[in-house]
Design a protein around this ligand. Structure first.
Ligand SMILES: Cc1ncc(C[n+]2csc(CCOP(=O)(O)OP(=O)(O)O)c2C)c(N)n1
Ligand SMILES: [Mg+2]
Length: 570
């Protein structure tokens, strides 16, 4: 048999897809049959990872792609499974993550006209007018397989979109009869379907930016996701060191600049105050950022020359977006910075001016380092998140891969994990909570030798579907350490309310309906679901040992471990 489903599997294999994160249903008999047939004949197919929850499936593919840059497949059940992908679709879209999503569709015949015709009641219930409309505004490409004859071309075209900048998820559907349809094998050469080449700057654009930054007194780079390609970080380091340019991370979802370099000027999130480095900059290069600053609280000074390079400078999926840049370029950051470095090769700069800039930024760096060290001290009887994160940093080691869904502790984690190795620090890039558990599984599949550490708020732990995550982690041998920053509830909505209504009723109320007291036993959930090792700690003196024990379970026993850390309550 060679069906549309055989062709789908073959195209994924030929495209180099390693995993299918699957949640099957009545739309998938042809696919399940084709998988069984391929295995019976010893044919290579992607490894199927059974995902009891679709949001976790897509988060796994998200984490995998963040490490490797490669789209994996996610297979879900008709429109219900598509809905159940939930906020993970938003995260993949906003994070510009390449993923291939396939969903079946209810059969379109009901009297046995074709193989795959309706034979279960649910197929009437699951027939909807516009299944693709559910995700249309979040995907880079969507299409329906209408015939077995060109399945491969459509899969390769979808993957071409997924891997071309700006990258993102793609969604393909196929009805049951189509997926059962037989056809002659189709040959497609993967070499003919490469993504579009990285976009360079126009030559005069590169020299204009280099001119502006060279002449400035306080040149600054602001970035959020340039580090999605580690090579870009190397180019940025080279460029900034040569000219004495400071680097400010705004809402970083990757490691964009080494935290141990004296030009690093910290990271700004929802801090409710003007960023001082941004305030003094007279020439600013914004590279790869969706939110370089939040103008109501922090913005560049009037007259600062702003230049903008981005894989997605128009932000077409964001109706309100502007930063008043003098010039804006759609370009690949690695390529653009390489061009700017090449541009510098032909110039002579005043070494004294550059040294003065470096000295300024290094002095600020030293001040910041001293302040961070001060905050890391253990104080009193409550575990403070800075101390916890510093202990984690020392024990997990620099090569560990860290995934952060720390929410009101995002900045604390970023500052005190203080990574320096590109490609070892990630946030989802989106705003729908629950990415960290699935993403940790995906990261571990992508980097089996790495220590993977997921740092999560207690609310985000519950959003992540921990029962599914920990069952999967044991079943597929992807052990990771998960640390719950447990403040017994959702601090973020409380902060949001007080920022808008500092003196309102809510500021005086005892209960804002955001508390989880008494909380669930988070370690116990993981123990029950996946035989994880679990510990709950409440006092600073338990921190070092709690981390050591859980890390030992991960590294030596190959088990997941959950460390539930009680911080001060909301
Ligand atoms: C799917 C989803 N639902 C709701 C929200 C709104 N939200 C943003 S932060 C937050 C609280 C998260 O709690 P936790 O992980 O414990 O972090 P904390 O705020 O306590 O630091 C909520 C509910 C969201 N971003 N995504
Ligand atoms: Mg919380």
């Amino acid at each position: 048999m060679y069906t549309a489903s055989t062709a789908l599997l073959e195209s994924l294999t030929e495209a180099g897809v390693s995993y299918i994160f699957a949640n099957f249903g009545s739309d998938h008999p042809a696919l399940i049959e084709a998988l069984a047939e391929a295995r019976a004949h010893g044919k290579t197919v992607p490894t199927v990872i059974t995902c009891p929850n679709e949001m976790v499936a897509l988060s796994c593919a998200h984490g995998y792609a963040q490490i490797t840059g490669r789209a994996q497949a996610v297979v879900v059940h008709v429109e219900c499974g598509t809905q159940s992908l939930g906020g993970a679709v938003h995260n993949a879209a906003k994070g510009r993550i390449p993923v291939f999503i396939f969903a079946g569709m209810s059969p379109f015949t009901q009297e046995g006209e074709l193989k795959g015709s309706r034979n279960e009641f649910i197929q009437w219930i699951q027939d909807v007018p516009d299944q693709r409309g559910i995700v249309r505004q979040y995907v880079r490409y969507e299409n329906e397989l209408r015939s077995a004859k060109n399945v491969k071309q459509i899969v390769f075209r979808a993957l071409q979109f997924a891997h071309s900048d700006p990258q993102g998820p793609v969604y393909v559907v196929g009805a049951r009869e189509v997926m059962e349809e037989s056809t002659d094998p189709v040959a497609v050469d993967p070499a003919d379907w490469s993504p579009i080449a990285p976009i360079p700057l126009p030559d005069e654009g590169a020299s204009e930016i280099v001119d502006a930054l060279s002449k400035a007194r306080r040149p600054l780079v602001v970035t959020s996701y340039l580090g999605r390609k580690p090579a870009a970080v190397q180019e940025l380091i080279r460029f900034c060191r040569r000219l004495g340019i400071g680097v400010l991370e705004s809402v970083p979802s990757y490691l964009n600049y080494p935290h141990d370099d004296g030009l690093y000027q910290g990271n700004h999130w929802n801090h409710p105050f003007q960023n001082p480095v941004l305030a003094e900059a007279d020439a600013i290069l914004v590279v790869d950022s969706d939110v370089p600053w939040i103008p109501t609280v922090s913005r560049p000074k009037d007259g600062a020359a702003i230049y903008h390079i981005d894989v997605d400078p128009l932000k077409q999926a964001m109706p309100l977006w502007y930063i008043r840049a003098r010039r804006s370029f759609q370009a690949d950051a690695t390529t653009a910075l390489r061009q700017m470095n090449a541009c510098l090769d032909g110039r002579t700069a005043d070494p004294e001016v550059i040294e003065r800039r470096r000295r300024h930024y290094r002095a600020r760096y030293a001040e910041r380092a001293a302040e961070l060290e001060r905050r890391e001290a253990a104080d009193g009887n409550a575990i403070n998140p800075e101390y916890l994160t510093a202990c984690l940093r020392r024990q997990i080691g620099e090569p560990a891969i860290v995934l952060s869904e720390g929410i009101t502790n995002y900045h604390v984690i970023c500052d005190h994990i203080a990574k320096s190795t590109p490609g070892t620090m990630f946030a989802s890039g989106g705003g729908s909570l629950g990415w960290n558990g699935g993403a940790a599984i995906g990261a571990k599949l992508a980097a089996p030798d790495a220590t993977v550490v997921a740092l999560t708020g207690d609310g985000s732990y519950m959003f992540s579907q921990p029962s599914t995550v920990h069952w999967m982690a044991r079943r597929y041998e992807t052990p990771f350490l998960q640390v719950v920053y447990n403040n017994r509830g959702w601090k973020a909505p409380k902060f949001s309310t007080l920022a808008v209504h500092p003196d309102g009723y809510a500021s005086r109320a005892d209960d804002l309906d955001v508390s989880f007291d008494p909380p669930p036993d988070y370690a116990g959930i993981a123990i029950a679901a996946g035989g994880a090792f679990g510990r709950t700690i409440r006092h600073p003196r338990e921190v070092e040992n709690g981390i050591a024990e859980t890390l030992r379970a991960v590294r030596e026993e190959n088990r997941c471990a959950v460390l539930d850390v009680w911080l001060a309550p909301l």
